[in-house]
Design a protein around this ligand. Structure first.
Ligand SMILES: Nc1nc2c(ncn2[C@@H]2O[C@H](COP(=O)(O)OP(=O)(O)OP(=O)(O)O)[C@@H](O)[C@H]2O)c(=O)[nH]1
Ligand SMILES: [Mg+2]
Length: 234
């Protein structure tokens, strides 16, 4: 039987994802009938917000976190704020641009019965060019080494943006160590690994379907590299 995931909230951070948001939300609801969704939007001007509002009128499990007027915008900040609104014991963080497989959400969420943090690990990345691959590998290795040396938890995909976590764990970290997050950064998993205690239990789920976004624009900019370094070394 397919999981309904009534105990799970998916957090989708968005910035101008009008071309993707209906698809990803529809796909999640189609597969997991009782799943909860929070779209954490940072001021999209392309109709993303309107699309989410329309869906949430029909389905009360879908909510919009409108961060348009917040002083600090950022992927990590959005996920932190959304975590404080989650009402289910489990949550999953994933991109809204269809790069992360909706079909693996159930497996990630269900593994939270064995571990407090379940990380989606990309075993293969399709159609990334040589340089993006090299930079990504170098940074991942650096993060892994730095965390090992510091006695922090590690993962086979330190840079993953696709993970499930016990809501209480993330909420505790956010409440206690908000300043420890690089709020504008992209690598909230690094911040979590850094602040989660060394006894935190971690599991992983492999997937091989990570591919470049097909629609909508990437928001990745050179400054995000600096934020990532801040998450690794800070
Ligand atoms: N709330 C919020 N969401 C963001 C922000 N920047 C990016 N996002 C969303 O975070 C997710 C990941 O951003 P992407 O631009 O796809 O970054 P990426 O996946 O590393 O880059 P690509 O491979 O080029 O897609 C997407 O759902 C974006 O819409 C932000 O500042 N605030
Ligand atoms: Mg993307």
């Amino acid at each position: 039987m397919m999981a309904t995931l009534s105990d799970t909230t998916v957090v989708l951070p968005t910035l101008n994802e009008a071309d993707n948001i209906r698809k990803v939300v529809g796909s999640l609801l189609g597969r997991y009938s009782k799943i909860h969704i929070i779209v954490a939007d940072d001021g999209s001007a392309d109709g993303t917000v309107q699309a989410v509002k329309r869906i949430s009128l029909k389905n009360r499990n879908v909510r919009l976190l409108d961060r348009r007027n917040r002083p600090v915008h950022g992927l990590a900040a959005s996920i932190m704020d959304a975590a404080l609104l989650v009402r289910t014991p489990n949550m999953v963080v994933m991109d809204a641009d269809m790069q992360h497989p909706v079909g693996k959400v159930g497996e990630l969420a269900e593994k939270l019965s064995e571990a407090e943090l379940v990380i989606g690990v990309r075993t293969r990345v399709r159609n990334w060019g040589f340089w993006r691959r090299l930079v990504s590998k170098t940074i991942s290795f650096t993060a892994y080494a730095v965390f090992k040396i510091r006695g922090k938890p590690t993962s086979n995909d330190m840079m993953s943006g696709f993970f499930a976590i016990k809501t209480g764990l993330l909420r505790d970290i956010v409440r206690k160590d908000r300043k420890g997050f690089v709020e504008r950064g992209y690598k909230v998993l690094l911040d979590i690994l850094k602040m989660a205690g060394s006894r935190t239990t971690i599991a992983e789920v492999n997937y091989s379907t990570f591919h470049d976004r097909t629609v909508g624009k990437s928001k990745l900019a050179p400054r995000h590299m600096l934020y990532t370094l801040a998450s690794i070394f800070g």
